[in-house]
Ligand binder design. Structure first.
Ligand code: ADP
Ligand code: TRP
Length: 331
């Protein structure tokens, strides 16, 4: 039997941060280790274009995401790894699917709805700042997923609706033209915490509270020291629940270290000491990938080579599925 396909993409919209790593990259890498499925991983650069419109940044962020995946252990010999814009078949399918997607479905997509609500509250035109790339974002994502007959799509909670939309679109196609497209399922890591940022809110580029995943040692130490804490004195017991420092510690420490830290919280430990230990485990786990990351960024031809090979593999699968779909619609 054919192996099930697991596909996921990451949008290059900024420097990768710890939230991206723990929430998206780490679980996807764990899945890539599973040899009972075929992994497809890509950099969703055309998805970033609706917000990143500076060519220098567009290029740089794309390389950064590629270098992040590779330095953290994605093995391009085991999975298919490419840049979305290198696979033009995705765009062709995007148009076909656009013609099968009711506009109302897009009106209900969270990202667009949130933008309209924000505009309404501020008394702006409802569609101010909305380009068609943002509006039809879920259709491009459906094309990404459906072109490869993906079975499973690992995503963060914020992307679940998009996978459901891809399913709806696939059903529309199959109903109209006959069965050609597999219905994808999303996979969310229930376990994965929402990683807090420096100020305690969700770590996000939009809040400017991130810790870059590959910050150099000194910068990393400084940032960890900036994480907000309350004013509980050192000797007083502390709750691990809701503690940003503990949430971060847990992701990098061994099980034993985590349990030991839990006990220290119960007995009482100063925040300064916790920060020191958080930095130590983080730095221990990230120093090797950090070295590889900067090696890759200093050797972009190597990244280009890997992505070109991945695109070639992806295009073979994509072309076969697209051909089938085009025949069905009478093209
Ligand atoms: P940002 O909020 O910084 O713009 P993105 O929306 O580009 O980040 O997120 C890319 C991926 O990283 C998504 O799958 C998202 O679920 C995950 N992610 C981002 N921030 C966090 C966080 N603070 N905790 C857990 N996962 C996160
Ligand atoms: N929209 C996703 C995000 O913002 C990235 C993405 C694009 C994606 N295409 C995809 C994820 C296909 C999974 C499958 O994080």
């Amino acid at each position: 039997m054919e192996k099930p396909t697991v596909l996921t993409g990451i949008k290059p919209t900024g420097h990768p941060h710890l939230g991206n790593y723990i929430g998206a990259i780490k679980p996807a890498l764990e899945m890539a280790e599973d040899s009972s499925s075929q992994g497809i991983y890509f950099i969703a650069d055309y998805h970033a274009l609706n917000s990143v419109q500076d060519p220098q940044k567009y290029k740089e962020y794309t390389y950064e995401i590629a270098a992040a995946w590779l330095s953290l252990g994605l093995d391009p010999e085991k999975v298919v790894f490419y840049r979305q814009s290198d696979v033009p078949e995705i765009l062709e399918l995007h148009w076909i699917l656009s013609c099968l997607t009711p506009k109302g479905l897009m009106n209900r997509a969270h990202a667009y709805k949130a933008k309209v609500e924000e505009n309404n509250q501020e008394g702006n035109d409802p569609d101010a700042g909305v380009n068609m790339g943002l509006f039809t974002y879920p259709i491009l994502m459906a094309a990404d997923i459906l072109l490869f007959n993906s079975n499973k799509v690992p995503v963060g909670k914020d992307q679940v609706q998009h996978v459901e939309i891809a399913r709806d679109i696939a059903e529309n196609f199959n109903r109209t033209f006959g069965d050609a497209i597999k219905l994808p399922e999303y996979v969310i890591e229930e376990e994965t915490a929402v990683i807090p940022g420096l100020d305690g809110r969700k770590m996000s580029k939009s809040y400017g509270n991130t810790i870059p995943l590959f910050a150099e040692e000194k910068a990393l130490k400084k940032l960890v020291n900036k994480i907000v804490t309350d004013s509980t004195p050192p000797e007083e017991p502390k709750d691990v629940k809701g503690s940003s420092l503990f949430t971060l510690y847990k992701e990098f420490a061994t099980k034993e270290e985590m349990e030991a830290m839990r006990e220290k919280y119960e007995i009482g430990i100063g925040w300064g000491q916790v920060k020191k230990e958080v930095f130590e485990v983080m730095n221990r786990e990230l120093s090797e990938p950090r070295r590889k990351y900067y090696d890759f960024l200093n050797n972009k031809e190597e990244i280009d080579k890997i992505l070109a090979k991945g695109a070639e593999q992806a295009r073979q699968t994509a072309a076969a599925q697209l051909k089938r779909i085009k025949e069905m619609i009478g093209c």
